[in-house]
Design a binder for this molecule. Sequence first.
Ligand code: NDP
Ligand code: OXD
Length: 314
Amino acid sequence: MRLAVWDVDEPFRRWRDALIQHAGELRLAVQVIDACADPDAQADFALVWHPPAQWLAGQQQLRAVFNLGAGVDALLPLMRAHLPEVPLIRLQDAGMGRQMADYVAEAVLRAYRRMDDYAALQAHATWEPLVLPARGGFRVGLLGLGQMGLAVARRLQALEFALLGCSRSGRQPDGFDFPVYAADGLQEFLAACRVLVVLLPLTQSTRGLLDYASLSRLPRGAYVVSAGRGAVLCAEDLLDLLDQGHVAGATLDVFDTEPLPADDPLWRHPRVRITPHVAAQTLVGPAAAQVMRKIAALERGESPGGVVDPDLGY
Ligand code: NDP
Ligand code: OXD
């Protein structure tokens, strides 16, 4: 069985060693190919992060493509164009949930404890204790209740924040009893969020979802954390609402254009904190272990989790 890895961000040997380590009983049958170095080699399974379309188009015997990340917005159009019959399978958590929970918890605690306000006071050497918001009214809304959203929910619940959620289906996630809105309840959901945490995939229905009208539904003084995909949120509209004081601040990890251009006004906004798409990064060990488990499931004729629905786009 030939596994081709295309990932220019990670040394190939790290993937090869981890995949072999987690190959279990398949070990003797597994051959791992560096597709970047040997683009003409044909494989049974591809493990990819931002592969070129031409390479995908040249693969003739693939049984499945594994996306070495959670979001498939970049890969799905290439699959549709070149490999429409081949299943696309994404990572499910694989160590990213804990990182995302860390990232969001830091931003929520920072907003709750008014750390940006203290930073502004410190700039003027001002000693002024501020009133904390009432904990019960400081409701954190999770837009997206998938692998990332639920990892964040677990952490915020442990930190005793009141939560609410919104997903496409509005399904109540197992083990949680906070209110959950379906996609058609988005406006009502937004109106109840003191902090909005955006953890949506980028799809046809989520692109531009958080525009001026939607973001205006947030209560005055709300805080925004965006770590799903940049194009879900209209940055110009967010800037307008920040300047009007309607949105109090934002922590942003993802952007419509990445890297965020140096002249983008977001960089210099005093109420915006920016990170370079690092909220939750792919971890080679857990990702390789998960991919090998999924290949073993396919070999047994079972359907692994994380198969992308091309119509839904995630
Ligand atoms: P999942 O597929 O597990 O979850 C997606 C969630 O979004 C589901 O709850 C789904 O609803 C919901 N959803 C989809 N469409 C809509 C809609 N129109 N309105 C409301 N909710 C919707 O994905 P993950 O949680 O694993 O990841 C989410 C995204 O986070 C990824 O697609 C990726 O883009 C991004 N990401 C960013 C990282 C970073 O470092 N910044 C790291 C990892 C992921 P339902 O439950 O009904 O299906
Ligand atoms: C992902 C990401 O989708 O890192 O996994 O953004």
